[in-house]
Design a protein around this ligand. Structure first.
Ligand code: AMP
Ligand code: MG
Length: 393
């Protein structure tokens, strides 16, 4: 059954589900992990009305005019007393607003002489400070389970006083290279052999997507060898098979999986690279059969397996990092397939240039690229300067 790119992605999002266990990690080691608990604010944030500027705490209604400065308040202190009519208190960024004040005037807009400060530009009540509790109220859920943790989330955990956090265990991902022509990267290939680069790109992709890769030995193109390694791979939460899913005489992967009682959600997607591409489940585990050409393996992982890993790891699937940019030259392709081609995005993200390449085996071109140009299946021609979709690499 052949699906369009969009249908295949929907199918993965619908079918892939995990029920991972939780474990505790220090907040400093939470990068990329998926939150397994709800994080609650331990107090109001900010916990006091907090000045956003260095300047003077004032009553807006007193201004414009001249005010008597009755003291100062620094960050980490609290002003003893309040602000009465005609008074101001010098205040630093991060300090609590004294009672009675309803605005902060930036130092740049004031003129101080002795105990007096002159302010000609009247502020509005509420200017330049954050009222208590505007960011979060004590007891609010500030992070829900399923969130992947990054730097801002780490800051939030530290802010509410957490040093450890409950996260889901990372899915184990078996990577199974196949093919009689493949040798390990550490070996000297003979003229007609190629090194196993897919296991390496996939392991890096799996790690980046929050999984724990385990690279299995290369399955030779024989039924028994392929079957026993596929069975071993199905011990992991996800099995990624590279190669062996085309229609060739020695492409055994689908046959082996069918014999193992697999359910296939699809076995062809109308994309290039990556047309023969299998997603299914067997023995309670999910698997992808990725076409062996390096570009196909990389692209199909990014488009589909990555979302499955999110879901298996207890996260919601991250949106694809798609944007739009202007083509620096015209582009044409044959309709019917959504194409993902190596390209270079300009530093400011506005211009995209297809990278010269020689088909799905051109690893150097894939390494030179910093993005993929996405040519929609139903459009044939883009002129130079036209907008086109781009998938970040
Ligand atoms: P297949 O999908 O098995 O027909 O493989 C297609 C092509 O991908 C092969 O001819 C190889 O050149 C290449 N290929 C397959 N497996 C790997 C691998 N593990 N590393 C690098 N290239 C591979
Ligand atoms: Mg093969």
């Amino acid at each position: 059954m052949a699906l369009t790119f969009e249908q295949a992605r929907e199918c993965v999002l619908r079918e892939a589900r995990g029920s991972p266990e939780a474990e505790q990690v220090p907040v400093l080691e939470c990068a990329g992990r998926v939150l397994a608990e709800a994080i609650v604010a331990d107090r109001d944030y900010p916990p006091f009305p907090r000045s956003a500027r260095d300047g003077y705490a004032v009553r807006a209604a007193d201004l414009p005019g001249e005010l008597r400065v009755t003291g100062e308040v620094r960050a980490g202190e609290v002003f003893a007393g309040g602000i009465g009519p005609g008074e101001a208190v010098e205040i630093m960024t991060g300090a609590p607003l004294p009672p009675g004040a309803d605005a902060v005037v930036m130092i740049e807009h004031t003129d101080r002489t002795g105990d007096c400060v002159r302010i000609d530009r009247p502020p509005k009540a509420g200017d330049n400070f954050s009222p208590r509790g505007v960011e979060a109220r004590r007891g609010d859920v500030v992070l829900a389970p399923g969130r992947r943790l990054g730097f801002a989330e780490a800051a939030l955990l530290a802010m509410v006083g957490r040093q450890c956090v409950s996260v889901f265990r990372q899915p184990r991902v078996a990577i199974l290279p196949t093919g009689d022509e493949i040798v390990e990267a550490g070996e000297q290939p003979r003229e007609f052999q190629i090194r196993n680069s897919n296991a390496c790109s996939l392991a890096v992709q799996v790690r980046r997507a929050g999984g724990l890769p385990e690279i299995l030995p290369i399955a030779r193109d024989h039924y028994e060898a392929t079957r026993s390694l596929i069975e071993r791979g199905l011990d992991s939460e996800l099995l990624l098979i590279s190669g062996g899913v085309s229609a060739g005489k020695y492409d055994l992967v689908e046959r082996v999986l069918a014999d193992l009682g697999a359910r296939f959600f699809f076995d062809r997607v109308l994309i290039q690279p990556g047309q023969p591409f299998v997603f299914g489940a067997a023995r309670g585990r999910f698997f992808f059969g990725l076409p062996g050409n390096p570009a196909s393996t990389m692209v199909t992982f990014e488009l589909f397996a990555r979302a499955a890993l999110d879901l298996l790891g207890g996260a919601s699937a991250a949106p694809l990092p798609l944007l739009r940019a202007k083509l620096t030259r015209e582009f044409r392709h044959k309709t019917g397939l959504t194409r993902f081609l190596p390209a270079r995005l300009s530093e400011d993200g506005s211009l995209i240039t297809p990278e010269p390449w020689h088909g799905s085996g051109d690893v150097p071109a894939l390494a030179r690229a910093n993005a993929f140009l996405v040519a929609e299946a139903d459009r044939e021609f883009w002129a130079a300067g036209d907008d086109i979709r781009v998938l970040l690499k």
